[in-house]
Ligand binder design. Sequence first.
Ligand code: SF4
Length: 365
Amino acid sequence: MGRVIPAITDVSDGALAAWLAERGEPKYRLKQIRRSVARSTATDWSGLTDLPLKLRAELAQSFRWSSVDLEREAASADGETRKALLRLHDGHHIETVLMPHHGARNSVCISTQAGCPMACAFCATGEMGLVRDLTAGEIVDQVRYWQRELRGREERVSHVVYMGMGEPLRNYGPVMSSVRALTDPDLFGISPRRITISTCGIVPKMDALAAEGLPITLAVSLHAADDATRARIMPVNRKWDVDEVLDASARYVERTKRRLTFEYVLLGGVNDGEEHAETVARRIAERGRTDMYHVNLIPVNPGPGGFKRPSPEKMERFARILERAGVGATVRISKGQDIAAGCGQLKVAEGKAAVPIRFDAPLPR
Ligand code: SF4
C-alpha cells in the first residue's frame, strides 16, 4: 500500500499553518479552510470555490478530503432512517446512522471506536473486541458524511449522539476534540445541548466530562441496578459497580444541571422482572431529584447471547413501577429485525423509536 496522505480533519492547526506558510499563503487561510471543510457539502476539494484554484489543487495533493469512505448504505423499511458502513484508510469499518425527525431535526449517531473493548453480553460490537480507537477526524467525518447526504434537502445535521460502535469515554481525548469541533460556532456550530454522549459507566471519565463545563447530555447504560445481574451482562461492572456509576451520574447532574438518561436494554428473564424495576427505582430515588433522570427501556433485539425480548405487557409493567416511584420511563419498541452488527446502543439514540436496519451481507470484520 502506498503512503496514505492525512485527512484534513486529522491535521493539527500547527501543521496546517506551517503548510500554508511554506506556500506563502496568508494566515487567514487557516480559519477559512477549517470553516469551509466543516460547513461545505462538497464531495471533494474542487467544491471549495471560495479558495483559489491552485490552492485547492495543492490541498488535494497533500490532504484527503475525508477520513471515511462509503462502503455501503442501507435504509429502514420506511426509508427514513439510514445506516452507512464506512471504510477507514486502514481497511477497518465503522457504522453511523442518520435519523431524521419529520423535517424538524436530523440526528446522527456516530461511532468512536472500531469494535469495542467493553464486551457487553448482548452487543455485536462488543463481541468483536476493540479493533482500534478512532481519531477525532474520523469521528467528525461521520457528521460530514451525513451533511453531504442532506445537501439535496438543504438541511443540516442538528443533533449528534455518540452511541455508535465503541465506548466514547474509553477514547476520551479524540472524543472531546470532536465535541469541540462540532460545537465551535466557527465550524459546525452545533449546540452542546444537542449532543449526547453515552457510556457504560467509566466513572473517572464521567467526572472528567462533568468538569468540562459543557451542557452535554449524558446517557448511562445501566441495564440492571443490582451488581450480580449487571456484572453478568456488563463486565465493566466488576471495575465500577452500580453504586459508583449511580453516584457519578448524580455528580454529573449536580455539576451540569442537565437531565441524565439511563439506557436499559430489557433482556427476557434476566433483568426484566418487577424486582429489577423496583431496584432501579429505589436506587435512583436514593440519589434524590428523580425528576433529573429518565430511563429508556429498550427491548433487546436478537443477537449475541441469545437473549429474548420480554412481552409488551412486561415492559409496560416495568415502566409503570419506575413511574410510580417518580422516575420517568419510556419503552422504545423497535420496528424490525436486528441490524447485522453494531452497538447495542446504536439503535436507541435520542428519543426516537429504534428502527433497526439490516445490511444484506455480513459486515466485514
Ligand atoms: S453496548 Fe456499547 S459499550 Fe457495550 S460492548 Fe457494545 S459498543 Fe461497547
